[in-house]
Design a binder for this molecule. Structure first.
Ligand code: FAD
Length: 306
């Protein structure tokens, strides 16, 4: 069995595997795809100490760093189930079962998409999901935020300080964000909020986004808005479906961890976007991967006879 079996090879899993291998622990790293969300990212400008890089480049560096250590990397493998039979067992989609004295879950999350024409085509070319990451790219331009929940309104307030103008489009007849955020947004001169708006299309010139189309659900009228960027803020979904009923999750499906990254199951740790960490960023995921790995090390020296 592995001493530390890491599931997920995004920034959190890669960092956890390196920390664990550096402790001399027998480490396995099993993942669907190396790099996780970073593989889909175009520009990265907030990975501190690296002024600017690109997703695929950072993924290649992550992978090279992991492979520099004695880590059993198992790619293209999906974990389906976590059980315990003395040791922890992770069942894979291909039928194989891996066992570990500890398991470290770093399966990340995915942004909920609008699923409208143009969204996929213009992803990274005007369609964005992370205001902390991509906001500065739209300095002085007009953008939209899709979604009037807390993350949407926070994004609008954040962006309004950088961009020329923000249009918020909310599907429902009212905003779901906290009142204090809504008041703040309404007090800013360059935020326009539209409710009952169903975005139906992302429009571009073949190269980048030039606008969007929405239907006013009250009247049925169709409107076009010209803009350079669209921030989709309709939810971040943790990849924790396979753990339902196994360990403690928040109502949104995030794995609850303590300050050492341990979950409600002793010996099972978690890190990165799949957890209830307050913010979701590469540097934060890496830090929490390191924390969870050191947590697993502490656990092992207290619980292993051999
Ligand atoms: P992820 O990166 O999501 O990795 C999850 C890993 O788990 C992957 O290897 C995946 O294949 C694997 N996995 C999932 N389910 C299973 C399963 N059942 N079995 C096996 N393996 C599984 N952050 C920044 O700091 N700066 C940015 O500029 C930035 N830009 C972004 C742009 C985009 C378009 C997106 C989507 C995100 C961006 N982020 C950015 C956020 C950042 O990418 C995430 O916070 C970070 O990748 C989270 O790392 P993670 O390791 O927790 O999860």
């Amino acid at each position: 069995p592995y001493e530390v079996l890491v599931v997920g090879a995004g920034p959190a899993g890669a960092s956890a595997a390196i920390y664990s291998a550096r402790k001399g622990l027998r480490t396995g790293l099993v993942a669907d795809r190396f790099g996780g969300q970073v593989a889909e990212t175009v520009g990265i400008e907030n990975f501190i100490s690296v002024k600017a890089t690109e997703g695929p480049k950072l993924v290649a560096n992550l992978e090279a760093h992991v492979r520099d250590y004695e880590v059993d990397v198992m790619e293209n493998q999906k974990a389906l189930k976590l059980t315990k039979d003395g040791l922890y067992q992770v069942e894979l989609a291909n039928g194989a079962v891996l066992s570990g004295k500890t398991v470290l879950i770093a399966t990340g999350a995915r942004w909920r998409e609008m699923n409208v024409p143009g969204e996929k085509e213009y992803r990274g070319r005007g369609v964005a999901y992370c205001p902390h990451c991509d906001g500065p790219l739209f300095k002085g331009k007009r953008v939209a935020v899709i979604g009037g929940g807390n993350s949407g309104i926070e994004a609008a307030i954040d962006l309004a300080n950088i961009v020329e103008h923000v249009t918020v489009l909310e599907f429902d007849s009212k905003l779901r964000a906290d009142e204090v955020l809504v008041r703040k947004a309404r007090s800013m001169g360059n935020i326009h909020i539209i409710t009952q708006a169903q975005t139906t299309e992302v429009v571009g010139d073949g190269n980048k986004v030039t606008g969007l189309v929405y239907t006013d659900r009250a009247t049925g009228d169709v409107h076009s808005v010209e803009l350079a960027g669209i921030f989709v803020q309709i939810g971040l979904v943790p990849n924790s479906e396979w753990l339902k009923g196994t360990l403690e999750l928040t109502p949104r499906g995030e794995i609850i961890v303590d300050e050492r990254g341990q979950t409600s199951l002793p010996g099972v740790f978690a890190a990165g976007d799949v957890t209830n960490s307050a913010y979701k960023q590469i540097i934060i995921a890496m830090g929490s991967g390191a924390t969870a790995s050191l947590g697993a090390f502490d656990y092992l020296i207290r619980h292993s006879e051999a």
